[in-house]
Structures are given as structure tokens and as C-alpha cells.
Design a protein around this ligand. Structure first.
Ligand SMILES: Cc1cc2nc3c(=O)[nH]c(=O)nc-3n(C[C@H](O)[C@H](O)[C@H](O)COP(=O)(O)O)c2cc1C
Length: 191
């Protein structure tokens, strides 16, 4: 079957993309704005360069067609902390996707503890095993799209001591996004 995305509505195109291109890691992004701390998940998220070390996150418009709080804060302050969502916090991700009024903290509302990691960067999810402390590197206007494409430079990697060894081998149990579901406990095979 060949499917022309231009013949479909955007929700169906999202359905095809998000059930086909997977598993996608979940960037649980904390940012700080005028009103305080913001936390939200994003799965249109991928590494794009090791030098400079950069990731891309694609943020759509909010329900009013404006900037989501995460995009607003990154464009305002240039900083973001990306906690990698793992099996242990799978159940808490969806709650933080709720669109709260600007300045209301999802972390506070849903009782998610945050921890300072590197000065000058938003705190990470306290029990995340890994986090990326990032600065805005480049914003790209994708032709024909309403998405805000943000390239974020990793200024520091955070790891809990039990997931990394002295040779920089890292063992994480990240969850993945598949459609609107999550992939947990995915089996690792030798590459
Ligand atoms: C697992 C998951 C992944 C998501 N990925 C994205 C994404 O890649 N881009 C996006 O714009 N919204 C995504 N969303 C929706 C946002 O999390 C949601 O719009 C949220 O309210 C944004 O919060 P903010 O306004 O505080 O930034 C995702 C939601 C979930 C549950």
C-alpha cells in the first residue's frame, strides 16, 4: 500500500509517523520562565550531531496557536534540561503533558521531585538516571510547518553513578514512544 500524506488529515499523518518511526526516546524537558518551573514530555526528539553535541526537539503550537510553555521558555532564557524518561517513571509522563496555565508547574502539581544539577540550568527530574543540560543552539523555521524546530547543544551530561562506568559505558532503561503507547523493558541485543 502506498499512502500519500497529502491526502490525509494531520492527525492521521501523526498516527502513521508515530507508529512507524519508533521507538522514540522521550525528552522530559524542564525549563524556567517568568512564572517558574515547567516540565513537559516531547518525543519528536532525536540526536543530530556529536560535534557540537546537539539534539533536536520539535514543538508544535499550543491549542491557541501560540508557543507551548517549553518553547516560550527556551526562546526566552536559552536553557533546557532534558531528563530521559525511563521504566521507573513511565506512569508519570502523561500527567505532565497537561496544558497548564503559563507559570503553573507540572512538577509541583503532580508531585514530581526535581533536583538541581548544574548551576544556571533548570533542575532535572530527581530520580532520572540521565539528563542533558542544554543551551539553545539554533531555531529553525521548517518551511510549511507550524512546528518550532529547536536544536539544543548539550553543555553537560548528568548520570546517576550506577548507570555509567569509568569507560563511559552507559546502561539506561529508557522508555520509548510508539503511537500513543509506550515501549518499556525493551530487550537489548548485541550490535
Ligand atoms: C509522550 C509524549 C510525547 C509528546 N511529544 C510531543 C512532541 O514531540 N512535540 C510536541 O509539541 N508535543 C508533544 N507532546 C505534547 C506536549 O507534552 C504537551 O503539549 C504539553 O502540554 C506541552 O507542555 P508545555 O506547554 O508546558 O510546554 C507529547 C506528549 C506526550 C505524552
Amino acid at each position: 500500500m502506498i499512502i500519500d500524506p497529502e491526502a490525509l488529515d494531520v492527525t492521521t499523518v501523526y498516527k502513521l509517523m508515530s507508529n512507524t518511526i519508533f521507538p522514540r526516546p522521550i525528552a522530559w524537558i524542564s525549563t524556567e520562565g517568568e512564572g517558574g518551573l515547567n516540565l513537559a514530555p516531547f518525543s519528536y526528539f532525536i540526536p543530530v550531531s556529536s560535534n557540537p553535541p546537539c539534539v533536536m526537539v520539535s514543538i508544535g503550537p499550543n491549542e491557541e496557536g501560540g508557543l507551548k510553555d517549553t518553547a516560550k521558555n527556551i526562546l526566552l532564557h536559552g536553557k533546557a534540561t532534558i531528563s530521559l524518561a525511563d521504566d521507573a517513571n513511565a506512569g508519570r509522563i502523561d500527567a505532565t503533558a497537561e496544558a497548564l496555565p503559563y507559570g503553573e508547574s507540572e512538577a509541583e502539581k503532580f508531585g514530581i521531585s526535581m533536583a538541581p544539577t548544574v548551576q544556571g540550568y533548570p533542575p532535572r527530574v530527581a530520580d532520572a538516571k540521565a539528563a542533558l543540560l542544554c543551551s539553545l543552539h539554533q531555531e529553525v523555521a521548517l518551511s510549511g510547518s507550524e512546528q518550532n524546530i529547536l536544536f539544543l547543544k548539550i553543555d553537560a551530561f548528568y548520570y546517576a553513578d550506577d548507570v555509567i562506568d569509568e569507560r563511559h559505558n552507559v546502561r539506561l532503561h529508557n522508555i520509548g514512544r510508539v503511537g500513543r503507547d509506550y515501549l518499556v523493558d525493551s530487550k537489548r541485543i548485541k550490535g
